[in-house]
Design a protein around this ligand. Sequence first.
Ligand code: SF4
Length: 360
Amino acid sequence: MTQMTHRSNTRPVKVGNLTIGGSNELFIQSMTTTKTHDVEATVAQIKRLEEAGCQIVRVACPDERAARSIGAIKEQINIPLVVDIHFDYRLALIAIEQGADKIRINPGNIGKREKVEAVVKAAKEKGIPIRIGVNAGSLERHILEKYGYPTADGMVESALHHIKILEDLDFHDIIVSLKASDVQLAIEAYKKASMAFDYPLHLGITESGTQFAGSIKSAAGLGALLSMGLGNTMRVSLSADPVEEIKVCRELLKVFGLSSNSATLISCPTCGRIEIDLISIANEVEEYISTIKAPIKVAVLGCAVNGPGEAREADIGIAGARGEGLLFRHGKTVRKVPEATMVDELKKEIDIIAEEYFEK
Ligand code: SF4
């Protein structure tokens, strides 16, 4: 198997009402920052994430209170719920019983064989997958001793170690992540993993930082992986409101033509020819199209000199002209509109084009 076709050549794995892998699209994931046992706060945050375009959500499960809250959370949300467990197999069993759509636990860390078997049996009975989450910062001692420090080979070896435990129990609904905060290391690990097994890959660059720096670091690492054809789910990890993670994910998917349900803004960098307050208009239009679920392209350009022609691929756009705006479609001017109303006119046209898309 080559890396280039890994995304579409992965084993299909069901997570709630979604199927990850196979020929399916890449899904956007995030993780809540609320205390999971605070059901009201957790549900409220998940609803905001859903609204922003999150397709799968993960919650931390540090204790029994959290595990016993899963059912109540599930009842109130519409997207699959992944429960993140470290070591404690009893929490995994409770989360599965409560209706988790997937659990994230490393079978090699559970302990005695009977405990692993109990978790695998419960997951099988409910038909839910297990995500193996390899993290460069917490590789098993025997792997660190062998390689001396976290390496891509060591991370893949760790993944294979956990995979084997599940496969030996005839369990194959597996998803794997190989996260590292070192971008090069993560890229190398995912590349090697894609050649070592055909389970779907959940992409992430961990501990990537604040909203600004973390978005850039994530875009660099995840962008490299996406361009190689890797990844079935993806999370951007930021020290920020998780809704920001979704926004970055969506932009990244758009860049690589992997989003079929979001609009894209094209805006010029501005220069001395600028005729309108382009920066604030671009921000307003970006906000406006963020909820549009059609893959349309909208352009806002500072002037008409090179304007419409510079954005020929746009379905609709506006270019500033002295005291007015030129509305254009696919590089051709449709009509002139007064500067005071041009953004409203553009929004109306955007709505029409989005409707046309859904009527097609
Ligand atoms: Fe400059 Fe006009 Fe091009 Fe914007 S569209 S960068 S204002 S020439």
